[in-house]
Design a binder for this molecule. Structure first.
Ligand code: SF4
Ligand code: SF4
Length: 88
């Protein structure tokens, strides 16, 4: 997905759940492009420790209002949750 990693979505919208949106998207990209299974452990141990999980998104839409790429962040986070959280 064309997330540029600009981080506007987490700096400007201040996600109420503290979800590291661009980092979760990068993990999903790595997982899908390279079948990088380490990304699953990285998701659990680094990206969502002390931060919200993709499934905790309350769909407030604040992040999407500031994303220059107009990504459907809420929908993409569902994909992240389906990929990394279904194995719990
Ligand atoms: S829609 Fe989800 S990811 Fe976006 S700011 Fe709201 S809680 Fe955070
Ligand atoms: S604002 Fe959009 S392009 Fe920028 S990091 Fe967030 S999801 Fe990626």
């Amino acid at each position: 997905m064309p997330c540029t990693g600009c981080r506007y979505c987490i700096e400007e919208s201040q996600c109420p759940k503290g979800i590291l949106i661009p980092d979760l998207f990068a993990a999903l990209n790595a997982h899908e492009a390279f079948h990088n299974w380490n990304s699953a452990f990285y998701y659990e141990d680094v990206l969502t420790t002390g931060h919200g999980k993709a499934s905790e998104c309350i769909k407030c839409g604040k992040c999407e209002r500031v994303c220059p790429q107009h990504l459907e962040i809420r929908k993409l986070l569902e994909q992240v949750a389906g990929t990394f959280e279904s194995r719990e």
